[in-house]
Write a protein that binds this ligand. Structure first.
Ligand SMILES: [Zn+2]
Ligand SMILES: [Zn+2]
Length: 352
């Protein structure tokens, strides 16, 4: 994957501080010593899918986009449940995500794959520059003291969950060795694919898949990521109309997070699930010839340079002509980014 944007000198992984992140990938190997009771695998599957819901239905569709409403108690449950996925604090997560929608795939986008795959997948999370919550982007939820508390003490929910799984393991097996086997698989092992499937939405869902809508970013619709993440793989749909509680816009676009939200609304726990307006379903369709600014931005510069390189080699392009072309490319690039920014300011990540 080629990189379009270079990182600033202070955009680097802090390898020392990130050690726990890497160590957690290896901790489940301890199960080779302890052995695992079959229930450990069941707990792993349950904790994977339940926490996927808390991230997608909670952190993403509720806290970042306010695509539905709920009461204050369930709001806290969503925040607490999502935090057990060990993806930092709820306000940190949602505020950075709003920033992503504001600047998708522009130079300001913190986790665009245009900075390289690994940067968009994990490295940006391990960069100390982005440790702080961007309070200015999430004033609507920052006013709740219980959310600020859980955002600050993001270690607490996963610690309580891990401890609960350990005790459950002891209750099931009657030994601490058996309990650790269940905890290592049920809690720790399930966390690793949970992390990476969530992160795929930032990386692969901007690289592989189909584009239905012309957006100013590189988002794609990807069934594989949708199945892994409870429907978040319909990312091109989502960038097209981010206020919607459903990301699979059509019945064949599987979106289990939305199905769960519908069930919760039938129980009266959540309400006002926002839908995609009919006019938006058919707007900016690529098959109808809509101008695809996102793809144009991604490819045009490289295409011009490749052509210029070939013409320089054959002598068709003299040095002074090449210099003039480079200046034109730089000026055009600035203009295109300006146009993309203008369109982004019209599309807030959240309609408060
Ligand atoms: Zn995106
Ligand atoms: Zn989003």
């Amino acid at each position: 994957m080629s990189t379009t944007f270079q990182n600033a000198p202070d955009e680097r992984v802090d390898w020392g501080a990130s050690l726990p992140f890497f160590v957690l990938h290896l901790i489940p190997l301890g199960a080779l010593y302890t052995g695992v009771h079959w229930s450990g695998w069941v707990i792993a599957a349950v904790l994977f899918y339940v926490r996927v819901f808390f991230i997608t239905g909670g952190f993403h569709r509720y806290f970042a986009h306010r695509s539905y409403q709920t009461n204050r108690v369930f709001q806290f449950i969503l925040a607490f449940g999502g935090t057990t996925a060990i993806q930092k604090g709820v306000l940190w997560w949602a505020a950075h995500h709003r920033h992503h929608h504001k600047f998708s795939d522009m130079a300001e986008d913190i986790h665009s794959p245009k900075r390289g795959f690994w940067w968009s997948q994990v490295n940006w999370i391990l960069c100390p520059k982005y440790n702080e919550t961007r309070w200015e982007l999430i004033p609507d939820f920052a006013k709740f003291p219980e959310l600020r508390f859980i955002n600050k003490h993001a270690w607490l929910p996963p610690t309580l969950l891990g401890g609960a799984v350990l005790l459950l393991g002891y209750w099931i097996t009657g030994t601490w060795k058996g309990a650790w086997g269940i905890c290592l698989v049920g809690f720790f092992l399930s966390t690793v694919p949970l992390w990476h499937s969530t992160f795929f939405v930032n990386s692969l869902a901007h690289v592989f898949g189909k584009r239905r809508y012309a957006t100013r970013d590189t988002s794609r619709n990807n069934l594989f990521i949708a199945l892994l993440t409870g429907g978040e793989g319909w990312h091109n749909n989502h960038h097209h109309y981010m206020a919607s509680a459903r990301q699979g816009f059509f019945w064949w676009e599987i979106d289990t997070t939305y199905y769960a939200l519908v069930c919760l609304s039938k129980l009266g726990i959540v309400s006002n699930l926002r839908q995609v307006p009919e006019r938006m379903l058919n707007r900016h369709l690529i098959k109808h010839g809509a101008t695809d600014l996102g793809m144009f931005q991604k490819h045009w510069e490289r295409a011009v340079r490749a052509l210029a390189d070939a013409q320089t080699r054959t002598g068709e392009l003299a040095a002074d002509q090449r210099k003039a072309l480079e200046e034109l490319v730089a000026a055009t690039k600035a203009k295109v980014e300006e146009i993309a920014k203008l369109s982004s300011s019209k599309e807030p990540a959240v309609e408060v």
